[in-house]
Design a protein around this ligand. Structure first.
Ligand SMILES: C[S@@+](CC[C@H](N)C(=O)[O-])C[C@H]1O[C@@H](n2cnc3c(N)ncnc32)[C@H](O)[C@@H]1O
Length: 384
């Protein structure tokens, strides 16, 4: 199956994965390239499992998804003098040849279309305002080779896409390294159903040590959440952010895990995920078996709610009843529950009459200023 990946059209699940990559890369590039003030001149994107660049029908795979998002920024990259560096890695030689040829076609198209003034000057790939490097290596030894260089400059903005086949590549050691880089965001793919099925096999346990008891056998569709918790337990830093996105392909569940040291990174990822899945923000299927999604309306109104949103509402209100919280606390609480700021704001607005809000700042009625290091400071407590 692995070998056929690029000589067949991408399946629905793969298209969802690539859509999420596209939306996240779009906001990530916006933060590091379009921001008014330039904090970092050097920006890195790594696609460690590049594949051929497209499927058999010419649909963009991860390398072209990234390039298409980047090309719109060419004028800004030139104007701001940024060094944007891309790395595409693909060890299988025939796939690697296709990758190089597809990316070379991308540059020819850029030059001939000349949509952006700066591309007119790019008479060769070398004149392009960003650089592309290729490598043809096995991920694990390759990452170990380049990691010490990255660790010397952990503050540089990096985005890594790790689209492995199966489960073997994001070991505990690799995961610790990824999370230790301060300004690195990553998105990796994993075959979660396979972990659920084979977690007890010794051969499997050399890569991942997920316990069989961690899985709820009555809920196989939740297996990617279990994988997320497995990686969460490895993180020492309480201010590190991880989020899942489950992808069903026929009978199997796969998934993406997003990681970032930055709450704003998490916020952007959740925005992308909720754009794709408007019900739970974390799957391309009805992950909580919500009746309202499958169109089975109940006579009891409480059953006609999306469970995840309803649970968040109850938890948030209880948590605000327990203690007074700041608007920044509420923001973190919202992110750690995999929800968007708008979810929390809507709940606060709905319950405003039972909230005690104190602030010395001048605030607009109905605004809660949820965010990281907000410029207005509120304290909010819910009456019993
Ligand atoms: C799922 S595909 C990648 C698809 C690609 N990201 C896309 O969007 O089209 C996984 C790729 O990883 C490559 N691969 C397999 N084992 C690898 C390894 N150990 N290190 C790096 N790449 C590997 C395969 O040749 C394959 O092209």
């Amino acid at each position: 199956m692995a070998k056929r990946f690029h000589i067949e059209p991408f399946d629905e699940g793969t298209l969802v994965k690539l859509e999420l990559l596209k939306l996240y890369v779009r906001s990530w590039l916006h933060v590091f390239i379009s921001a008014q003030k330039v904090f970092w001149k050097d920006i890195f994107i790594y696609d460690f499992f590049s594949g051929a660049g497209m499927d058999s029908k010419g649909k963009p795979g991860s390398p072209l998804v990234i390039l298409n998002e980047l090309r719109v920024h060419c004028p800004t990259i030139v104007q701001k003098g940024l060094n944007v560096r891309l790395l595409f890695n693909e060890p299988q030689s025939d796939v690697f040849d296709n990758l190089k040829s597809n990316i070379s076609d991308f540059f020819v198209e850029c030059r001939t279309k000349s949509e952006f003034n700066c591309c007119k000057n790019c008479s060769t790939d070398d004149n392009c305002p960003f650089t592309v490097k290729f490598s043809q290596k096995e991920f694990n030894p390759f990452f170990s080779e380049i990691y010490p260089h990255m660790a010397k400059k952990p503050d540089l903005p990096r985005f890594m896409f790790l689209d492995q086949f199966g489960i073997k590549q994001i070991t505990e050691d690799i995961f610790q390294k990824l999370t230790s880089l301060k300004r690195t965001d990553f998105l990796f793919f994993i075959s979660s159903s396979f972990v659920r099925r084979f977690s007890e096999l010794e051969e499997f346990r050399q890569y991942l040590k997920v316990e069989k008891e961690d899985f709820d056998e009555s809920r196989p569709e939740h297996c990617h959440r279990v994988i997320l918790n497995y990686y969460k337990r490895m993180v020492q830093n309480p201010e590190y952010y991880l989020a899942p996105f489950s992808i069903r392909k026929v009978a199997n569940i796969y998934g993406l895990i997003f990681g970032s040291n930055n709450p704003r990174g998490m916020e952007k990822f959740l925005d992308a995920a909720w754009t794709i899945d408007k019900n739970t923000g974390e799957a391309n299927f009805n992950i909580d078996n919500d009746k309202i999604i499958s169109g089975e309306l109940s006579l009891f109104p409480e059953d006609n709610k999306i469970k995840k949103i309803d649970l968040f509402e109850r938890n948030l209100l209880q948590w605000l009843t327990d203690e007074e919280r700041t608007n920044e606390d509420i923001y973190f609480f919202t992110l750690s529950n995999g929800m968007r700021k708008t979810h929390a704001t809507d709940i606060l607005k709905k319950n405003v009459s039972s909230l005690k809000i104190t602030t010395t700042d001048k605030i607009r009625k109905g605004y809660f200023y949820l965010g990281y290091k907000p410029d207005k400071h509120l304290k909010i407590k819910k009456n019993e």
